[in-house]
Design a protein around this ligand. Structure first.
Ligand SMILES: *Cc1c(COP(=O)(O)O)cnc(C)c1O
Length: 370
């Protein structure tokens, strides 16, 4: 409805309350069932959710952990080949894989990204691969499940394993399978703003390897093979809460429809911006989960100011590449595409609960940028 109040309100980057309101009855039931059961960690919902997500993805195993960053960390520790200590990753994906690798005690080398997919490619990996690299991380950025088969082949020929970060691409599929099932192991996040979001923190490791699944099972609980018996080093305490698993079971069946809505919103933006100074990245087809509506433009500050005056909130994912982060104390690598893109990208509002009026408002604003 076109009330005066709505006219004045900004189109927000996100509004989690809308999804909670819509699913309130089912979420209340889920919470009640957990309280009634008396299980708060590693209970029946946790196990059922792991199995349901594995079936949805076509993965051998899904293992719940406490966050996406924890999922990366335990995936790295479970998969790192003996004698190697370096994780190779992109520097444009928010720093999560760098944080996880550093926490696991590994070194980090950065590969530049392909200017189209904004993900690492065989070419960019080949440029920097060195003998200490044991793992290559492919982050399916903004929802785009990048074609990973060539990277996997290239890495396997060299004794390197591939970790997919599908925190932004859960529910993206290609002919060869779901994002998270084409590498050796994958990590995802259930942070509330992700496509499959909990009502708090959560994450999971996804794998087709029984061996890696077994190691993750030990690593997520202190390295225990059984209670109080530490079988392997590097264990952490990282569990997905029972109540979050119950909420996620409510939301998993809704994921495909929500991803479709995200793609629709992005398609509207692409069309509205056509011919103007803003290039909205398309999210066409099931290989794209439409996590973020990202655009590039030359005069970003000016464009964002125009959008704000038209009532549209924007953000930048991500403004500082990892290799330039002061806190990472990174080496002096040069990553031309990564650096150039970090100056050009910005993000438009995109979440499934945006109203048609809000999407219209963003489209009108995009079409009128000068
Ligand atoms: C959100 C995110 C993570 C980290 O997930 P948390 O649950 O916040 O720890 C990792 N990788 C990518 C690409 C993400 O977007």
């Amino acid at each position: 409805m076109n009330s005066v109040g709505e006219q004045a309100a900004l189109v927000p980057m996100n509004d989690l309350s809308r999804g909670i309101v819509r699913e309130r009855a089912a979420l209340d039931d889920a919470a009640r069932s957990v309280l009634d059961s008396g299980y708060v960690v590693m209970g029946p919902n946790h196990k059922a959710f792991e199995d349901e997500l594995a079936v949805y993805l076509g993965a051998r195993r899904v293992l719940g952990v406490a966050s996406g960053t924890d999922a990366l960390e335990v995936a790295f520790k479970a998969a790192m080949p003996a004698g190697k200590h370096t994780v190779l990753t992109a520097a444009n994906a928010g720093g999560y894989s760098s944080t996880a690798a550093r926490r696991a005690g590994y070194s980090v080398t950065y590969a530049d990204v392909d200017p189209n997919s904004m993900c690492v490619s065989v070419e960019t990996v080949a440029e920097v691969l060195h003998p200490d690299v044991g793992l290559v991380v492919v982050t399916h950025l903004y929802g785009n499940f990048t074609d990973t088969r060539e990277i996997v082949e290239y890495c396997h020929e060299r004794g390197v394993l591939v970790v997919e970060d599908c925190a932004q691409a859960i529910g993206a599929f290609r002919e060869e399978g779901a994002a998270g099932t084409v590498g050796d192991v994958a990590a995802t996040s259930f942070y509330p703003t992700k496509n499959l979001g909990a009502l708090g923190d959560g994450g999971a490791v996804i794998t087709m390897s029984a061996e890696i699944a077994e190691r993750v099972t030990l690593l997520r609980q202190y390295g225990w093979s059984s209670k109080y018996n530490v079988a392997i080093d590097g264990g952490v305490n990282s569990r997905l809460d029972e109540i979050q698993a119950a909420f996620l079971r409510v939301r998993l069946p809704l994921l495909d429809g929500r991803n479709e809505r995200r793609r629709e919103v992005i398609a509207r933006y692409v069309k509205a911006a056509e011919g103007g100074p803003v290039n909205v990245l398309p999210a066409l087809g099931s290989h794209h989960a439409g996590h973020l509506a990202v655009a590039t433009t030359e005069d970003r500050d000016d464009v964002r100011a125009q959008l704000l005056r038209a009532g549209v909130q924007t953000d930048i994912h991500f403004p500082v590449p990892d290799h330039l982060q002061v806190g990472f104390d990174a080496a002096s690598q040069r990553l031309a595409n990564t650096e150039r893109l970090s100056q050009a990208i910005f993000t438009l509002p995109c979440f499934p609960e945006l109203t048609e009026d809000e999407v219209d408002k963003v489209c009108t604003a995009l079409a009128s940028i000068t």
